[in-house]
Design a protein around this ligand. Structure first.
Ligand code: FAD
Length: 418
């Protein structure tokens, strides 16, 4: 049989969509049809809601459904992080229980990885899970947890063995967020949004069946999640323009509006390079040489980053293992955000300190200026990306580490003499 090509897949999706689309269904019922058809994630196995197609078929299916004005899979940590991790590493029981309601958006997820003392050094985390019969009892504190305030479930990494070495004592769980031992406290950011939280875990309960992988596999499974995080980071919030699209569209529009409350500042954190030319005209600075240089520099960086990301996507869709493009792409986004911040600051002058001003988009420029630092932190800081490139691509010596090869419970004692 000839191998499928993009046009062929797009035709099949169109044909299915035109026959299946029913705007009077509720959103979850429509997505259940989508999941059942295998077009929600066609790259997955046909045993688990897919069609055994290459990775690029996911993108083709999503864009084809959107081009017909239809509704695809939900945004957020559920589809982006939890579902692919459960698909890759979960037991059949977990796949059967969680994949479908995650793909339909009936279950909302958050990521409970970072801690006050463990962000870049994630494997140093201290939240602890202790086995108690068929359950694990979890105690500790997580932080910077996006959308935890409306999540039903969490992907959680916790330490289950303090006698094992740092990376070997971690396990990965799917935890119910709606239980008494989970307290979520929103954090107010300097851009006035509040998209992430602190999460305090006090005797929270996770059934043993909700462990992904085996005890001690937590680091391996978490690395898989982090690889998916880079892949899904850029999905845009959809706009539904149809005035009377029916119940599915109404519910999808409400879902996108709710989602936007958390992520509305994400374009600003990327620097809003798309606004720079317009801002240059608005502020009458088209003849200012400094402005022209700064705006042109951002445009050039943006274009070369796009080409790098096309290369990364092409390699991924051909099934090649991730190379340096992920870290380079992540760093490029940070550099563009910083250069864009500088250009917006030059264009705005003192107005950049105000949340409103004489020009349309003044408020957005002000938000860009205080939001771009997050681009250099989220999903692995710039310094960590430099380390990854240095060690994995350039072959430089590994960072010195004082905490390897010893039980994690003894880490730190050699310095303090405890
Ligand atoms: C917008 C946003 C959303 C987020 N969402 C989530 C989420 O949903 N769930 C979640 O669990 N976490 C989330 N995070 C947390 C994020 O993963 C961490 O902030 C990140 O990993 C950095 O960790 P940290 O903040 O503890 O900084 P630290 O690790 O303490 O780093 C502080 C500084 O030291 C530098 N540094 C640290 N180690 C090294 C080293 N070895 N070499 C050189 N420099 C180093 C860093 O680059 C940084 O400049 C989010 C963060 C942001 C900004």
């Amino acid at each position: 049989m000839a191998s499928p090509n993009e046009q062929n897949i797009a035709d099949q999706v169109s044909q299915w969509f035109q026959q299946a689309w029913n705007p009077d269904l509720d959103l979850a019922a429509w997505r259940r049809l989508l999941v059942k058809s295998g077009w929600a994630v066609p790259s997955w196995s046909s045993d688990w809601f897919g069609r055994n197609l290459p990775a690029w078929a996911d993108r083709v299916a999503h864009t084809t459904i959107r081009s017909h004005g239809g509704v695809g899979v939900p945004l957020g940590a559920g589809f982006g992080l939890a579902a692919p991790t459960i698909y890759d590493h979960g037991s059949d029981e977990l796949r059967g229980k969680y994949l479908q309601p995650t793909l339909t958006g009936e279950l909302l997820w958050c990521q409970l990885f970072s801690e006050p003392g463990a962000g870049s050094d994630l494997a140093g985390l201290k939240t602890t899970a202790v086995r108690d019969g068929d359950n694990w009892i979890v105690n500790g504190q997580k932080v910077w947890n996006t959308s935890a305030h409306h999540a039903d479930m969490a992907i959680l990494v916790a330490r289950t063995d303090w006698d094992a070495v740092k990376h070997g004592g971690l396990s990965y769980f799917l935890m119910d967020m709606r239980q008494p031992g989970v307290e979520v406290r929103p954090i107010k950011q300097m851009n006035y949004h509040s998209s992430f939280n602190e999460v305090f875990l006090t005797d929270a309960i996770v059934p043993h069946a909700n462990m992904v992988g085996r005890p001690g596999d937590g680091w391996k499974v978490a690395r898989g999640t982090l690889a998916h995080e880079r892949r899904f980071a850029g999905r845009a919030i959809p706009h539904f323009t149809q005035a009377n699209g029916g119940r599915v569209i109404d519910e999808a529009r409400a879902e996108a509006a709710e989602h936007a409350k958390t992520y509305v500042w994400y374009p600003q954190r990327q620097g809003r390079a798309d606004l720079l030319a317009e801002r240059t005209r608005q502020t009458g600075q088209g003849n200012n040489q400094l402005v022209r240089q700064q705006v042109a520099k951002v445009a050039a960086m943006h274009r070369s980053a796009e080409l790098t990301s096309h290369r990364a996507r092409a390699a991924r869709e051909l099934g090649r293992p991730p190379g340096s493009e992920g870290s380079i792409g992540k760093l490029a986004l940070s550099e563009i955000a910083k250069a864009s911040n500088v250009a917006h600051t030059t264009l705005s002058g003192a107005h950049g300190m105000l949340t409103s001003g004489p020009h349309p988009n003044d408020a957005i420029a002000a938000e860009v200026i205080v939001s771009t630092p997050a681009q250099s932190i989220a999903g692995g800081t710039d310094e960590i990306q430099h380390n990854i490139l240095g060690e994995n691509i350039l072959g430089l010596p590994k960072e010195p580490a004082v905490d390897r090869g010893m039980p994690f419970k003894d880490v730190g004692r050699q310095q303090t003499g405890d």
